[in-house]
Design a binder for this molecule. Structure first.
Ligand code: 9UX
Length: 72
């Protein structure tokens, strides 16, 4: 199955940040789609919860130097 997770991302200040975070997310096994918006600091990820967890996704973003927390 697929779940949709929405999260806030802190520390993105330019479009290259957005591309970087989207690239990180899209490379994660279990992530099917990822869209990140600079203006709202929001990201939306479609993921397979049997492959990757919300915490794994947050950790991947934070390992890249940004802050992340899930909205739902
Ligand atoms: Mo833009 Mo983001 O110059 O880490 S890439 S601030």
């Amino acid at each position: 199955g697929t779940l949709i997770g929405q999260f806030t991302i802190g520390g993105m200040t330019c479009t290259a940040c957005v591309n970087s975070v989207e690239g990180i997310l899209r490379k994660l096994h279990g992530v099917k789609k990822a869209v990140v918006a600079l203006a709202t600091s929001l990201g939306e990820v479609e993921y397979d919860p049997t492959v990757i967890s919300k915490d794994d996704i947050i950790n991947a973003i934070e390992d890249a130097g940004f802050e992340a927390s899930f909205v739902q």
